[in-house]
Design a protein around this ligand. Structure first.
Ligand code: CTP
Length: 406
């Protein structure tokens, strides 16, 4: 694994969970890569590991008390909340997550979380029933909406003897996430990006439409990664249930025509990513009233929707520097995607297998082949099966590398 960049600092808030023992390894690994770590521990955290251990490993004072006259005189909780590059809460207990979601600050950790102006990353750890409890899930959704990174806990055997989701992600996963956040920070600052996402619905009558199963998860994950890299991002979203990432400008549309119009209005941009599953056809006419049964089989004539990706790729003025599409295929994936890359004249295509066996549509994973057109032809790279977040991270890394070279 590549190391976390040097000369960076993290404020690590440790809360009450048995996973607190993993913080010793986390701090040691971060220090090895030259990252400064300052620890804050809640009272509950100190039931599992000691401030002495964390002070020895971090080589820094450990802060535990909001009302410590000495600490407040020398550092102050507000300064503490602002000095590091990121605030990491690991492990994050159900209680701390609830306090953060509801704006409660009754100890040093929760007060820092309210006062910080730095990105917050949380690694929850708790009993499976506590994690699945509707209150926790609502709180997590609230935090996600506010732009807090959630390192979703893994499934497995828990220290409490139960099995299920709730185990804090491994130290190596936390390190990898921090490394990406550090790498991304402000790399695309000053650039504008547009992402289309989700399905489109094409009306048949006032109550029916033709649509598809796209969940919007991949497009939303890409918009999140672009924002984290500092790009001014507009997300043009078809109807879906995803939570818009904090910091993006969101334009909600229903039909392919509306998506095209919204995209044209959002230009100019440096980066355009068409992740939407745009309906290829729409009914030629939309019945003004509900189509009723009893008058024979309805005859619906379909007309083709304009191709948004091709329209943007072939602009003579205002063409974004990098235009990227997806190719949703069920067979001959790479060969079909190559044809699309040429036909649509975009710069890159991410070919993905959307056959039912892969459960890509609506699911959390994606298997992608990246086709990049260049001076020497088309370069093909196959990525392993990744989560949609990982695909987004990987894609944004490629974008950063390419735009830096230009
Ligand atoms: N796309 C678009 N506008 C359309 C249709 C597709 O912008 N009207 C974009 C998609 O967002 C995607 C790419 O084109 O980036 C390929 O979409 P896909 O559904 O895989 O292919 P189609 O062009 O629709 O062709 P086909 O359905 O025949 O595979």
């Amino acid at each position: 694994m590549a190391s976390t960049p040097k000369n960076k600092s993290i404020l690590l808030i440790i809360t009450g969970s048995i996973a607190a023992y993993k913080c010793a390894e986390l701090v040691r690994r971060l220090r090895e890569t030259g990252t400064g770590v300052t620890c804050v521990m809640t009272t509950a955290a100190q039931e599992f590991i000691t401030p002495m251990l964390m002070a020895s490993l971090s080589q820094q004072e450990v802060y535990t008390d909001l009302w410590s006259l000495k600490d407040e005189t020398e550092m102050g909780h507000i300064r503490l909340s602002r000095e590091a590059d990121f605030v990491l809460v690991a492990p994050a207990s159900a209680n701390t997550i609830a306090k953060l979601a509801h704006g409660r600050c009754d100890d040093l950790a929760s007060t820092i979380l309210m006062a910080t102006d730095k990105p917050v990353i949380i690694a929850p750890a708790m009993n499976p029933m506590m994690w699945l409890n509707a209150a926790t899930q609502d709180n997590i959704a609230t935090l996600q909406r506010r732009g807090i990174d959630i390192l979703t806990p893994a499934e497995g055997d828990m220290a409490c003897g139960e099995t299920g989701p709730g185990r804090m992600v491994e130290v190596v996963d936390i390190l990898r996430h921090l490394e990406t956040r550090f790498q991304f920070r402000d790399t695309l600052k000053g650039l504008r990006a547009i992402v289309t996402s989700g399905p489109t619905y094409e009306a048949l009558d006032p109550v029916r439409f033709i649509g598809n199963f796209s969940s919007g998860k991949q497009g939303y994950a890409i918009a999140t990664a672009l924002v984290q890299a500092g790009a001014e991002t507009t997300l043009i979203s078809g109807p879906c249930h995803e939570t818009p990432p904090a910091g993006v400008r969101i334009t909600r549309v229903t039909s392919a025509d509306e998506m095209l119009m919204a995209t044209q209005e959002a230009l100019p941009a440096d980066i355009m990513i068409c992740a939407a599953a745009v309906a290829d056809w729409r009914p030629e006419t939309v019945a003004p009233d509900k189509i009723k049964k009893g008058s024979g089989k309805p005859q619906i004539t379909l007309v083709e929707n304009k191709d948004i990706l091709k329209t943007i790729s072939t602009l003579t003025k205002k063409r974004p520097t990098l235009v990227i599409g997806f190719a949703a295929e069920t067979n001959d994936i790479v060969a079909q995607a190559r044809k699309k890359l040429l036909a649509k004249q975009c710069d890159w295509i991410l070919a993905n297998d959307v056959s039912p066996a892969q459960a890509t549509f609506g699911g959390d994973f994606n298997t992608v082949h990246l086709l990049q057109s260049g001076k020497d032809g088309v370069r093909e790279t196959s990525w392993p099966r990744l989560t949609k977040q990982e695909v987004a991270t990987q894609l944004v890394k490629e974008i950063i590398l390419t735009l830096k070279k230009k």
